[in-house]
Design a protein around this ligand. Structure first.
Ligand code: B12
Ligand code: SF4
Length: 512
C-alpha cells in the first residue's frame, strides 16, 4: 500500500534559516529549517516499509509541503491512506484545515490521525471533525500496520477509534509496546530538509550549524506533576530501549555525519546503569557528536554526570519549576530546592557546558513574593540559561481534571482548548500582574548574572554569537521583556465566555 505520513507543524516553532546564516555552499535541493525534526513520522516510516508499504513523508515546515501541495500530491498519487501526525493542542486547527483540504480533493482516501493530542482526545476529535475518519490512540509502530492490514475491518484494530453506522466506536486499548528494541531506526534522510539546532523562539537563535537530529531512547515518566500529560500518555510507565540498541542508532547517526543530537526522552536520567552503558559505548566507539537531554533533579543518575561529560553531553535541562517549596508541592513536583541546587551545581562542577532550568510561573496559589523568589533562586543557581513559562492547563493533566472539578472548565465544550492558568483560575495572580513581575524578575536575574558571573555570561554570549547576527542576539536578549506573538492564543473556558468574563471572578479568593 502507499501511505502519506504528514507531520503538521505549529508555525511558532519553526522557521526557515535566513540566507545570510546559511554557510553551506552546495545547493543539494534540501532546505534548512530552524526547528525540531518530526520524530514521530520519521519513526513510523521505516516500520511501515518493513511491512512492505510505500511511504512518502511531508513536514509542513517546508514551503512546498503546505496543505495545497499535500492535497495536490494526494490527488495525483492516490495513496491508500493519509496519516496525519501532530504533537499538541495548539496544532489542532491546522490539522482540521489540512484534513478539510485533503477531503475536498480526494474524498475516498481514509485519513487517520495520531500523536499526543489525538491520543488524549480521540472520540472528541471524531465528533468534531468529519474529515478525519479515525484516530490511532498511542504508539503507532504496531497500530498503523495493523490498521493498514485491516482497512476493511477496523473493528479488529486495537487502539483505533473510528466511525461505524454514524456512531463513534472506541476499540479496546492497545497495550503499550513491550519491546522497543524490535523496530528499525528512524528515517532521517528522506525528507528534503536539514533541521538546524536552534532555540524554539521568534528570533533566529541558531545554536550550531552541525548536522542535527533528535532521538528517543526511552518513553514515559512515572511521576505525576499536575501540569503534565506524559503520565496519562505513557500510563505511568517508563520503558526504555537497551543500551546496545541505542548505541546502534547513535553509531548510525555518527556515520551519517550527525554532530549534535537532542534526546527527547521525557526523563532520560532515570536508570544510572543504562546511562553508564550508553556513555561508555559513546566513549569506546569514539562517536563524534555532542548531545543533550532533559531530566529530573532528584534523578539517581546525578552521579553519572562525570561519565556523561566524558561522553560529550554538552546540554542538560532540569525541570526546576519554582523557587519555593510551597509551589513545588502544589505542582506535585516531588522534589526539593536542595535537590535542585545539588543537581545544578554538580552538573556545572562536572563541566556540562550548558545547564538549563525550566521554570513555570503563575501557578495556583503562587504569590508575588513566590514569583520573585523563583527569580532569586534562579539567580543563585549556576544555570547557564533559563526559561520562565506561564503555567498552562492541557487536557489529560491532573490540573485539567482539578479545573473540571472546580467548575472552571466544561470538559464537553472546552476539550480542544488550552488555558493560561492566570486567565482562568482565581487562585492565580492576574495575567497583567504576572507579566510585570516576570519583567522585574528577568531584570533582576540578568543584572545578577552580568555582575555576579561576568565571565560565564561573556562565554555564553560568545556561544550564541557564533551563529547569530548581532542584531538578532540583541533581540534574543530583549525577548523576555516582550510579548510573544502566537499564531494560536490560549483560550477562555466556555463558561467565562458565556458570562462575558475576561478574567476569573477573584472576589473572596485568598491567595496564600
Ligand atoms: C520534543 C517536544 C517538543 C519540541 C518540538 C518537536 C517537534 N517535532 O516539533 C518543542 C520543544 C519545539 C515542543 C514544543 C511544544 N510542545 Co512539545 N513535546 C516534545 C516531546 C518532549 C517529545 C516529542 C517527541 O519527539 N516524541 C517522540 C516521537 C517518536 O513520538 P510521537 O511524535 O508522539 O509519535 C509517536 C506516537 O504519538 C504515534 N504517532 C505519531 N503520529 C502518529 C500518526 C498516526 C496516524 C498514528 C496512528 C500514530 C502516530 O506513533 C509515534 C511512535 O510511537 C513531547 C512529549 C512526548 N513524550 O510526546 C512534548 C509534548 C508533545 N509537547 C507538548 C506541548 C504542550 C508543547 C507546546 C505547546 C509547548 C509550548 N507551549 O510552547 C509546544 C507546541 C509545539 C508544536 N505543536 O509544534 C505536550 C503536548 C500536550 C498537549 N495535549 O497538547 C507534550 C506531550 C509534553 C507534555 N509534557 O505534556 N515540543
Ligand atoms: S513534568 Fe517531567 S517529571 Fe513531571 S510528570 Fe512530566 S515528564 Fe514526569
Amino acid at each position: 500500500m502507499k501511505v502519506f505520513l504528514v507531520y503538521v507543524r505549529d508555525e511558532n516553532f519553526c522557521r526557515l534559516l535566513p540566507k545570510e546564516l546559511d554557510r553551506s555552499r552546495s545547493d543539494n535541493g534540501r532546505i534548512k529549517v530552524m526547528g525540531f525534526p518530526p520524530l514521530g513520522i520519521q519513526t513510523l516510516a521505516p516500520v511501515l516499509r518493513r511491512h512492505g508499504h510505500r511511504v512518502r513523508m511531508f513536514d509542513t515546515c517546508h514551503p512546498q509541503m503546505q496543505a495545497e501541495h499535500v492535497a495536490q500530491a494526494a490527488e495525483e498519487e492516490r495513496p491508500d491512506v493519509i496519516a496525519l501526525s501532530c504533537l499538541s493542542t495548539t496544532t489542532y486547527p491546522a490539522v482540521k484545515n489540512l484534513a478539510r483540504r485533503l477531503k475536498l480533493g480526494a474524498p475516498q482516501i481514509p485519513i487517520i490521525m495520531g500523536g499526543a493530542f489525538a491520543t488524549m482526545n480521540a472520540d472528541r476529535i471524531l465528533a468534531d471533525c468529519p474529515d478525519i475518519d479515525c484516530v490511532g490512540v498511542g504508539e503507532g509502530e504496531e497500530l498503523l500496520p495493523d490498521y493498514l492490514n485491516n482497512l476493511a475491518d477496523p473493528g479488529s484494530v486495537a487502539g483505533l477509534v473510528w466511525r461505524h453506522a454514524g456512531e463513534i466506536v472506541g476499540n479496546d486499548l492497545r497495550p503499550l509496546i513491550r519491546d522497543l528494541n524490535q523496530f528499525p531506526y528512524p528515517d532521517r534522510t528522506s525528507l528534503p530538509i536539514d533541521y538546524i539546532e536552534s532555540l524554539p523562539l521568534d528570533v533566529p537563535a541558531v545554536l550550531s550549524l552541525d548536522k542535527f537530529c533528535t532521538m528517543q531512547t526511552s518513553r514515559g515518566c512515572p511521576y505525576s506533576c499536575i501540569y503534565c500529560d506524559i503520565p496519562s500518555l505513557s500510563r505511568g510507565k517508563w520503558r526504555y530501549r537497551s543500551s546496545e540498541h541505542v548505541l546502534g542508532e547513535m553509531q548510525q547517526l555518527n556515520d551519517l555525519g550527525y554532530r549534535s543530537i537532542y534526546l527527547t526522552d521525557d526523563h532520560f536520567l532515570l536508570n544510572r546503569k543504562r546511562i553508564s552503558e550508553v556513555c561508555r559505548g559513546i566513549i569506546n566507539r569514539r562517536l563524534q557528536f555532542q548531545w543533550g537531554c532533559e531530566g529530573r533533579v532528584d534523578a539517581v543518575a546525578v552521579d553519572q554526570l562525570p561519565i556523561m561529560k566524558k561522553a560529550n553531553c554538552t546540554f542538560l535541562a532540569f525541570g526546576v519549576e519554582a523557587g519555593t517549596q510551597k509551589v513545588l508541592d502544589r505542582l506535585n513536583k516531588k522534589q526539593t530546592l536542595k535537590q535542585v541546587e545539588h543537581a545544578v551545581s554538580e552538573a556545572k562542577r562536572h563541566g556540562i557546558k550548558r545547564v538549563h532550568g525550566f521554570f513555570v510561573i503563575s501557578s495556583p496559589g503562587e504569590t508575588e513574593e513566590d514569583i520573585l523568589a523563583s527569580f532569586r533562586f534562579a539567580a543563585r543557581l549556576k544555570l547557564d540559561t533559563f526559561g520562565f513559562n506561564r503555567l498552562c492547563a492541557y487536557r489529560g493533566t491532573p490540573l485539567w481534571q482539578e479545573y473540571i472539578d472546580r467548575g472552571i472548565i466544561d470538559d464537553a465544550r472546552d476539550w480542544h482548548k488550552w488555558f493560561k492558568c492566570s486567565d482562568v483560575d482565581p487562585t492565580v495572580l492576574p495575567s497583567a500582574r504576572v507579566n510585570r513581575l516576570r519583567m522585574k524578575g528577568y531584570a533582576l536575574l540578568f543584572a545578577r548574572r552580568l555582575f555576579g558571573r561576568p565571565l560565564s555570561t561573556y562565554n555564553l554570549l560568545r556561544l550564541f554569537g557564533r551563529h547569530m547576527k548581532k542584531s538578532d542576539l540583541l533581540k534574543l536578549l530583549w525577548s523576555p521583556f516582550q510579548r510573544r506573538t502566537l499564531s494560536r492564543k490560549p483560550d477562555l473556558p466556555a463558561r467565562m465566555i458565556e458570562l462575558g468574563l475576561e478574567e476569573p471572578e477573584r472576589r473572596a479568593v485568598c491567595i496564600t
